[in-house]
Design a protein around this ligand. Sequence first.
Ligand SMILES: [Zn+2]
Length: 245
Amino acid sequence: MRALSARDVVQVWEAGRERHPVDRALLVLAAALPRSSRDELAALSVGERDALLLTVREQTLGPRLACFVKCPRCAVPAEFAAEVDEVRLARPGEPVAREHALLADGWEVRYRLVDSRDLAAVAGHTDPAFARRLLLTRCVLEARREGEPVAAQRVPEPVLAALAGELVLRDPQSEIEFSLSCHACGTRWSAVLDVAAFLWAELSVLARRLLREVHALAAVYGWRESEILAMSAPRRAAYLEMVGT
Ligand SMILES: [Zn+2]
């Protein structure tokens, strides 16, 4: 795992701009883990993926996360901070057991945790109930009713509901919740931290800032983009100060 360089940030942003959030997360990981194949990264459970993304965030932009939310009742904006260590439950790169078994209502279901391929497979579906069912049945490796094998598509809803609960329980990093309260109206609610979306938003802001810096320095000194991005951040900042931006 390495921190993203200025060049990485611009390249990842450019490659991911028009892509789905699932692909964006994989692009970020591929840049930080150049020795891992795309298939290996896509097969990480969502929790494993998010633990690694938090580490990319920590190494590239530091450990303190500044989160912005709006109260669901009065829409007053609120800001809260969290440290990467508070929201990263496992050591990054520590493998979690991806296959488990569930016993419910006379059914025995062998299943695996949700990964990026599953998220990508359901991404295009606009019916949330259909997408949920598709996601859950994709995770079923084998289903038996009173010992007899049954196709995953025929597993009934109550068993799938139990499976949905198990999937979060076995991969807790995949769903980090914050308990929040509104300082204006007192409403309490909980919000899920979407690590991939959060980091993508930050990297987009950083990429645009880097391009503005390239523009300012190239316009004055005539340096190439690659030269400017290869500079350390303090050196780039010192030149920017000299050209008065
Ligand atoms: Zn409020």
